[in-house]
Write a protein that binds this ligand. Sequence first.
Ligand code: KG4
Ligand code: ZN
Length: 335
Amino acid sequence: MRVLGIETSCDETGIALYDSERGLLADALFSQIDLHRVYGGVVPELASRDHVKRMVPLMREVFAKAGLQPGEVDAVAYTAGPGLVGALLVGGAFARALAFAWGVPALGVHHMEGHLLAPCLEEHPPEFPFVALLVSGGHTQLVRVDGIGQYQLLGESLDDAAGEAFDKTAKLMGLPYPGGPEIARLAEQGRPGAFVFPRPMTDRPGLTFSFSGLKTAVLTAWQACSREGEPDQQTLADIALGFETAVVETLTIKCRRALKQTGLKRLVIAGGVSANHRLRQQLESMTAELKGNVFYARPAYCTDNGAMIAYAGCQRLLAGQQDEGGIETRARWPM
Ligand code: KG4
Ligand code: ZN
């Protein structure tokens, strides 16, 4: 089965072709980061308009890369939510129009299911069952995964998502959007222990997260430093490292708990924050200690992309899911 996947939930237009026999055939991505950077975050209206502009050229690009004619597919999968409604509608309307013209089914895919399954596109995919840590700009969740569509939520954030905490913290430090990669880059020059921030909710049992207090702790430290004048580059790097370490340790503690609680040995990390090197390293050592393994996607498939949607759509269709007709889009949608 060959599926065209379309991702437009936020500020990345991603289109890809996945073949159940041959794997990923081609993918193309346009990131709107430069468009939104001047505003310090994503402007929904601008995002929708830009998705409209990119759709046709990117679709043509993936078919050309794969050596196929537009339309040589068995289905079209698109991100139906969660995300920005205007942006989702662009992808949904485009997918449905293509499917109608080509006489194939269209299927709405859950964005977080796309992220969750992205590591399955790699050379050594995880086998079911596993525990997944989903860490993106909008979600922080621990999920027990027993198969396609068999997801049990173990814990999630009460407030900010991990990626959101990176972005908001970066913003208050005067760093550009998106904050995750900026903080990670700065933290490389940071001195360990110069700033120590709380590890929220690790002192009580359970798998719930909360990241908004951590952002406030950074703000307090930042304001204290700023009173003596503009903080220098070293202070910036020290704060970045203190913040990143606090997030990574918190996530690691909860992942360890989730593995112990479920008795599972395989951990999958997915979503934009799973591109973070420090997080990957810490989870490598933690799972090695437990004689388990951690799986993640290449950096380009940690953040939003079309490949994960093509893959997830293909798995759903192979599992017998039907085209429900109509353009399904949902700003909020539990997985
Ligand atoms: O999955 P994603 O591309 O979009 C959503 O579904 O939200 O995740 C984007 C998030 C942003 O908050 C961004 O700052 C964060 O992922 N991010 C990172 C890194 N790369 C992206 N956070 C920490 N370290 C990184 N290297
Ligand atoms: Zn995402």
